[in-house]
Design a binder for this molecule. Structure first.
Ligand SMILES: Cc1cc2nc3c(=O)[nH]c(=O)nc-3n(C[C@H](O)[C@H](O)[C@H](O)COP(=O)(O)OP(=O)(O)OC[C@H]3O[C@@H](n4cnc5c(N)ncnc54)[C@H](O)[C@@H]3O)c2cc1C
Length: 332
């Protein structure tokens, strides 16, 4: 049985470990802290090429493929974990508040249409809007929980509080704070911390984002509603998640009251019922950004692979990323 050592137990590392274990690999995943407590824990869970991708054709192809894989990904995950994953095929509506906003939205829709992202004009409340019928929502916490359970079920070892300090040789294992682990291949999937783990990797930097959570009646929103980078979505329990922000604050995860108030104000413009509601919770996380998009695949002739830099779309892109890795690795 071949061994793979994976640095990072976020959605990307866990999904890859699970898929590899299903192909007979013996996977060990190392994380600096508990599994799935960084960006993958913080995410809203939109699976939204329509809301997130403007004109990047390669990213659109990957996103559309990954969105298409989601129903099967969820079904297999539920089967292996015995847990329920909250997945809603609900579409999205992007509104324009004024004429320039509508012109920008229409121009964006034309660019998106050329790269395979469909939308149609509609109305939302009193505003002109576009509907993106294919966008979906998942509850990332339910995905993460199911991934950990499915990994356990398939014999993946998850070693928490054991940071990888370096990759040994050209991928013959990893060194961690606790010792050395020998493997046939190494996968670097440590989100915003990935690029220091092996020489010459494209740099990754953290882009902080805050989210707010309001306890509301279920059924208030039947779709994602957004205006540019302000968005709302509703969990089945009724909780409305409102986002977000893009902050260049390094690895600092201190909560910022001014940012939280700004998101609340923007969210209330989209859904006036939120104006007087008090957020029940708020949090932030660090998106792994690069200048080159997701950094995926084998590093030259080494036995080191990378899967990081998914920035705003790692929840969406996880099924395609994990499947790509599993296909390249083959049987274990
Ligand atoms: C506010 C916010 C909202 C978002 N909303 C969405 C959304 O709606 N849809 C979407 O698709 N995406 C969304 N994202 C983006 C998404 O969360 C990320 O792209 C995705 O979670 C990245 O997953 P990852 O596994 O690469 O990174 P992470 O989840 O950050 O996991 C990396 C892991 O590596 C570990 N690690 C770090 N250093 C080491 C080391 N040396 N050794 C071992 N382990 C290490 C960390 O502890 C961490 O657990 C959002 C992100 C934020 C912050």
């Amino acid at each position: 049985m071949k061994r793979v050592a994976i640095a990072g137990a976020g959605i990307i590392g866990l999904a890859s470990a699970w898929k590899l274990a299903r192909r007979g690999w013996r996977a060990t995943v190392f994380d600096s802290r508990e599994a799935a407590r960084e960006a993958s824990w913080a995410a809203a869970g939109m699976l939204a090429p329509g809301g997130e991708i403007d004109s990047n054709a390669a990213l659109a192809r990957m996103a559309i493929r990954s969105l298409g894989l989601y129903p099967e990904f969820v079904r297999d995950l539920e089967e292996d974990s015995g847990l329920t994953v909250e997945y809603q095929s609900c579409g999205a509506v992007e509104v324009a508040f004024d004429e320039p906003g509508l012109a920008a939205l229409t121009a964006k829709a034309a660019r998106q249409s050329a790269i395979g992202i469909a939308s149609e004009p509609c109305r939302y409340c009193n505003w002109e809007a576009r509907r993106y019928p294919a966008d979906c929502i998942v509850d990332p916490l339910s995905v993460n929980e199911a991934l950990v359970a499915a990994c356990n079920q398939r014999g993946v070892e998850i070693r928490e509080h054991e940071p990888v300090t370096e990759v040994v040789g050209n991928g013959s294992g990893v060194r961690t704070l606790q010792g050395e682990y020998v493997a046939d291949r190494v996968l670097i999937a440590a989100g915003a911390w990935s690029s220091t783990l092996f020489p010459g990797l494209p740099p990754v930097y953290p882009v902080r984002g805050h989210l707010l959570y309001f306890d509301m009646e279920p059924g208030l929103l039947t779709t994602i509603v957004r205006n540019r980078h302000t968005y709302l979505l509703q969990r089945e329990s009724g909780g409305i998640v409102a986002g977000s922000s893009m902050e260049d604050t390094g690895y600092d995860r201190t909560l910022d009251t001014a940012v939280i108030e700004d998101i609340h104000r923007r969210a209330a413009k989209l859904l006036p019922a939120l104006a007087d509601a008090k957020p029940m919770d708020y949090w932030n996380g660090l998106r792994p950004a690069t200048d080159v998009g997701p950094v995926l695949g084998r590093l030259g002739a080494t036995n080191v692979w990378t899967a990081y830099g998914h920035f705003r779309n790692g929840i969406l892109l996880a099924p395609d990323t994990a499947q790509g890795i599993a296909e390249e690795f083959g049987e274990g």
